[in-house]
Ligand binder design. Structure first.
Ligand code: HEM
Length: 197
């Protein structure tokens, strides 16, 4: 009897393990960009975040994505990022490119995974923004703030949806591919706005 190993792993576990090098790369890019060395550097980070979040919220307009993502309406930090830029007196560069245009289910879930997962790491980034740049969830660091309900509960609900039966094993590869595409997009934005390679 043969058992397909991949099917014995949950989708969330696959996402975590198969994109761990991408996550590591985000750390390296953040290290390169030094977003907490100055408010000027931090603005570059928030601009990248804004464009990434705009890509994510573009997906939330799709009813199939809405059906797959619990509380999709509380997720997404596009407006928070824009408000942060306003707080900091920064102007958003003109850029109409939506990298997620044409992305549908199930790939879209991989994009949302990357964005939602980044809310966990944001707890650490928020501490740095507070300590080093004197920002807060009400001023300049709204995009790093926890959900009113707390980061963990909202994350767990998303993971439960990933691992639920609505997503079939045949769809898992596409979700993982979507997560890679999202990491690539955020990486490209960080490189561009930090002006690093
Ligand atoms: C230097 C910046 C970052 C730090 C310090 C950081 C830190 C962390 C930490 C500690 C966790 C695990 C939290 C937990 O399991 O409770 C986490 C998870 C995660 N982070 Fe980051 N992160 C950073 C940047 C990013 C970025 C830029 C992205 C994507 C745009 C990202 C995407 C994710 C994802 C998807 C997860 C969930 C992993 C899983 O499946 O469990 N992170 N991060």
């Amino acid at each position: 009897m043969t058992i397909a190993i991949a099917e014995r792993h949950s989708l969330s576990l696959r996402l975590k393990t198969e994109t761990s090098a991408q996550h590591e790369r985000m750390h390296n890019l953040m290290e390169g960009g030094q977003p907490f060395a100055s408010r000027e550097n931090y603005v570059r980070y928030v601009v990248a975040q804004y464009f990434f979040q705009r890509d994510i919220e573009h997906l939330f307009a799709n009813p199939q994505v809405q059906a797959a993502v619990p509380d999709f309406d509380v997720r997404g930090r596009q407006e928070a990022s824009r408000a942060d830029l306003d707080d900091l007196g920064a102007t958003l560069p003109q850029d109409d490119f939506i990298a997620s245009a044409g992305v549908t289910m199930p790939e879209a879930l991989g994009w949302v995974y990357v964005s939602e997962g980044s809310t966990l790491g944001a707890a650490f980034l928020l501490k740095e923004a507070q300590a080093r740049l004197d920002l807060s969830p009400d001023f300049g660091a709204r995009n790093l703030a926890a959900y009113p309900e707390g980061r963990a509960a909202v994350w767990r609900r998303f993971v439960a949806a990933l691992d639920g039966e609505a997503i079939t094993p045949e769809e898992h590869d596409a979700v993982v591919a979507g997560a890679h595409a999202a990491y690539n997009r955020f990486g490209a934005l960080l490189q561009h706005y930090f002006q690093i390679s």
